[in-house]
Design a protein around this ligand. Structure first.
Ligand code: ADP
Ligand code: ADP
Length: 226
């Protein structure tokens, strides 16, 4: 786990108004940070710069005490939890979670220990032999998180993970993500345009508008001082 620190981050596409304009945010180790704002405000661009999928025009991106501006995504040790879960349909839950460990050449014993540990934490232990196609949306989301946990990722990054779900499931998943994040204590950055998610999920909320950080506060502070 690690803190994430953004110092004066700028992203300029072409020569228009910067998509991200001098944004500084310090995310503490274990903190759940929401990035919120209307479509086009720069929140996905900011998330993609944290993961390394987008070059940073200027500023410093720190993970723990490492400056990561020039590191490839695979060297940042972060886990993007994708909206479509990116699970392998032909593999069991067990093998989906084990996948990054197999790639890394871990021993069967280590794989077994880590997969069982993660699946207990995520309450997936009864579903290890099932295939993703037979799971609920919430269970699939947990498998995706399990894959990140066994890699010992420093942080979870979510980009609008609930936007394709119906209102009822969205409510359930919101509760579940908040609960699991607290249980795991893993630094989390969560992008949304949804005010309800922004005000109920995280420890703090960063409000972006046209690439500029407008507010950085707890949900309570934002509620009392909108
Ligand atoms: P959000 O996630 O808040 O909807 P984005 O980060 O996707 O916003 O986009 C921020 C701004 O940057 C928008 O004006 C968008 O049009 C622009 N933008 C995003 N990606 C690119 C790109 N690859 N090339 C040029 N402009 C882009
Ligand atoms: P693949 O090459 O199929 O993505 P890996 O899981 O080994 O398989 O990915 C290689 C590297 O890419 C990993 O070491 C990791 O740093 C990065 N990576 C993989 N999955 C994610 C993810 N969900 N979010 C962010 N980075 C990832």
């Amino acid at each position: 786990m690690a803190s994430i620190s953004m110092k004066n981050i700028v992203k300029q596409y072409g020569d228009g108004f910067p998509a991200v304009n001098d944004v500084s945010i310090d995310i503490a180790d274990g903190e759940f940070m929401i990035l919120v704002g209307p479509s086009g405000c720069g929140k996905s661009t900011l998330l993609r710069m944290i993961v390394g999928l987008e070059d940073i025009t200027s500023g410093d991106m720190m993970i723990g005490d490492r400056r990561v501006n020039d590191l490839a995504p695979r060297d940042r040790n972060l886990a993007m939890v994708f909206q479509n879960y990116a699970l392998y349909p032909h593999l069991t839950v067990y093998e989906n979670i084990a996948f990054p460990l197999r790639l890394a050449g871990a021993s069967d014993d280590e794989i077994d220990r880590k997969v069982k540990g993660a699946s207990e934490t995520l309450e997936l232990d009864e579903h290890l032999q099932r295939k993703p196609g037979n799971l609920s949306g919430g269970q699939r989301q947990r498998v995706a998180m399990g894959r990140a946990i066994v890699r010992d990722a420093d942080a979870f990054l979510f980009d609008e993970p609930l936007s394709n779900l119906d209102a009822k499931l969205r409510g359930q998943m919101r509760t579940e993500i908040a609960r699991l994040q607290k249980r795991l204590g893993i630094t989390t950055v969560y992008v949304t345009h949804d005010q309800t998610e922004a005000m109920t999920l995280g420890d703090r909320v960063a409000v972006l508008k046209r690439g500029i950080l407008q507010q950085l506060a707890t949900p309570r502070e934002l509620y009392e001082n909108p």
